[in-house]
Ligand binder design. Sequence first.
Ligand SMILES: *Cc1c(COP(=O)(O)O)cnc(C)c1O
Length: 369
Amino acid sequence: MRNIPFFPYPQLFTGDEDALLEVMRGVCRRGAYILQKECAEFEQAIARFLGVRHVMAVANGTDAMVIGFKAAGIGPGDEVILPSHTYIATAAAVQWVGATPVLADCGSDHMLDPLDIEHRITPRTRAIMPVQINGRTCDMDAIGAIARKHGLLLCEDAAQALGSRFGGQAAGTFGAFGTFSFYPAKLLGAFGDAGAVVTNDDQVAARIRLLRDHGRNQEGKVVAWGLNSRLDNLQAAVLLHKFGSFGPDLERRRAIAARYQQRLGGLPQLALPPAPGADTRHHDVYQNYEIEAECRDALREHLAARGVRTIIQWAGTPVHQFKELGFSVTLPRTDRLFERCLLLPMNTALDDADVDYICDAIGSFYAGT
Ligand SMILES: *Cc1c(COP(=O)(O)O)cnc(C)c1O
């Protein structure tokens, strides 16, 4: 029997241990811990990769959203429309700047449904926050058209979508700002928390630089209120090193998705994510491989008994189901999705034999039901 974890955390380090130790030794021997060369180089590398003017590395992906909203002037009295199928962090960031999160339903590809946005717009709506989930980008033509028609800002939570593209344009670069997370299990993972805000707007970028470092300008003078959300240079150095193999890493994820598609596409009990290249507008990078499955919970147990660990995203609870937070909206398609959705293992440590083993285990479950 194989033992396939959902995500192999130690592998982040052990997969390239000697080189990573060398990187960390270099930083620590220089005593270069905060806002140093590696941080600036990492920001520049991400900026080139995305084709965006400004990248500001911050402490984590949640801070990235809070700081982005602050810099874009979103605050008390404003409403922000976002999907319920997201991490609590997205809604919490809206809440933390004093604005109100307004939750919307998802479409058949699990992304924010453009058709569900417009009737949630009120005179207080300031922004739409599409979440580029599972390594896919929303239909930004449709969402961009709604934003333009109603004069709304677009703010992207691209925490799960570094390298994903829609119509050739990188996730995170469509609106006022976009945010990324480098949490260990993300597409590009640090050895702890890490994040970034990206923007093409010079003024928003300048405000973000102040906000993340106590409102201090380049001369070190305090010129605004800020906070401490700097990315540790040690993490920046690790990320910069890992970014060197990011292109092949994304290609490997797409190859795994293609293999899942080939092996599982014939099972009528499953609905799979769009295959790589299935839709020419989308370039998906498969942060996650989120399927819908009949008898989902029994399938999970069947797989666990065969050493294959799966998870349900957000521990099974989309944001609108957190009644303690005061949400009362009903979102039937999100509710239905969360009775059926399941994340299969998807990471660069999987080899083809692992993927085949997982697919065989799924096949044996449905053959037996
Ligand atoms: C991971 C994630 C975040 C938050 O990032 P952190 O770095 O953990 O703060 C936000 N939104 C989505 C969709 C995420 O997956």
